[in-house]
Design a protein around this ligand. Structure first.
Ligand code: SAH
Length: 389
């Protein structure tokens, strides 16, 4: 097998475009390249227009505007020892965090100096999600230091949109059951979304559970029911889950059963959350707590305007569902939607709803999702706890 660390060519940037790389920002866009990228997925040396070496990068998948992700800056090495050291450092950070769970993000891409690579741990199984084909030749080297850490016995690879395959150990029996605090959740590593579970919402699930006593809760975009289970375990009187995916709702029912929560069939609605929320409003249903956690509406810049309309509309419906003095936990996982834009969408929705909305807590992903200060736009999740009067 050829050495995946062997440099396959070099690429020069246009004059001035080296500035962000010198500030250790790992993304280089196609528009910054002065020449063509070498063919294939091999690592390339990146040079400033004047020939100054800037480091080593992996090419981005075809099509997207991201051309390169820097894996070594300046004179840093990109070799097996450097890669293993970064994976080990990422795992050791999680060990120090002392999270009350057996599931967490072990590698958070740019936040762990491994741009384009995610690794999630579900009990004894680690799932690698390489966002770029360029990561494929390195996965054996990523898997080796994972095995044994945190009691991990199996390492899987699940590229976006593909079924998982075994890298080390065996495919675990389905579904894997994980623990968050005193709650248990089933994780479908084969057909579930992303790597199987939304680990980034862990601290927000816990927070919601602490606020839900006596409340009726609407959980819009519920996926496997994480927020509903946390709320019901925290004393909510009812939780209504809405998701477009029947398979997600099946996982949510399984999550209820794992936590000995009775499954009331009417509390799982498969359908479009925009439409279902409108119907609930029209039917006069009201809730003391509403959770809105949609998929990313804005995945590229061209989607910004339409996506912001989506955030406004779903939050408008959520506010109409809220009883007076209600609590709204509203989320956006679009990295391209900043706090400014998200706040504007909420303000516009509150005006239309005729409600006063106050932001109580601006929350995000938990500490197992570190954000490099050199690449702050990688912070994707906004989860704002709001009082709606
Ligand atoms: N809150 C969840 C994660 C939600 S992910 C948790 O904490 O685990 C977003 C979910 O929205 C996915 O489950 C997806 O199936 C669902 N979804 C996408 N579009 C939808 C739509 N238009 N209406 C309802 N659900 C939708």
């Amino acid at each position: 097998m050829s050495d995946p660390f062997a440099i396959g060519g070099e690429v020069r940037l246009k004059p001035g475009r080296e500035a962000s790389v010198l500030r250790r920002h790992p993304w280089v866009y196609r528009g910054a390249l002065a020449g063509a990228l070498p063919a294939g997925t091999v690592p390339v040396r990146v040079l400033a227009a004047n020939g100054r070496p800037l480091g080593v990068a992996l090419p981005g998948g075809s099509g997207g505007s991201l051309a390169l992700r820097m894996v070594a800056f300046g004179e840093e090495r990109w070799d097996g020892a450097a890669l293993a050291a970064r994976v080990r450092a990422a795992v050791e950070l999680r060990e120090r965090l002392n999270l009350d769970t057996d599931a967490c993000r072990l590698v958070h891409a740019e936040g762990d100096s491994l741009p384009g690579l995610v690794v999630d741990r579900y009990a004894g199984t680690a799932v690698c999600e390489p966002y770029e084909p360029a990561w494929e030749p390195y996965l054996d080297a990523v898997g080796a230091p994972l095995e044994g850490a945190f009691g991990i016995t199996s390492v899987l690879v699940r590229p976006p949109g593909q079924p998982p395959r075994v890298l080390r150990g065996a495919m675990p029996a389905a579904p894997v059951v994980i623990r968050e605090g005193r709650l248990r959740f089933p994780v479908d590593l084969v057909a579930g979304q992303k790597t199987g579970f939304f680990l980034d919402q862990r601290e927000n699930r816990r927070r919601l559970g602490s606020l839900a006593r006596g409340a009726r809760v609407a959980n819009l975009f519920s996926y496997s029911g994480g927020f509903a289970v946390a709320a019901l375990a925290g004393g909510a009187v009812r939780a209504l889950n809405v998701d477009a995916s029947p398979a997600a709702l099946e996982l949510a029912r399984a999550a209820y059963r794992l936590n000995a929560i009775p499954v009331a069939e009417g509390d799982f609605i498969a359908g479009d959350a925009f439409r279902v929320a409108r119907e609930l409003v029209a039917a006069g249903e009201r809730f003391e707590v509403v959770v809105v956690d949609p998929p990313a509406f804005v995945k590229r810049k061209a989607e910004l305007e339409g996506g912001l309309r989506g955030y406004k509309d779903i939050n408008l419906q959520a506010m109409r569902l809220l009883a007076p003095e209600g609590l709204l936990l509203t989320c956006s996982c679009s990295a391209l939607v900043g706090e400014q834009e998200f706040g504007q969408a909420l303000a516009s929705a509150a005006l239309d709803a005729g409600r006063a909305l106050r932001v109580l807590e601006r929350r995000g992903a938990g500490p197992d999702h570190p954000v490099s200060v050199f690449c702050r736009e990688a912070a994707h999740l906004k989860a704002w706890l709001c009082a709606v009067d």
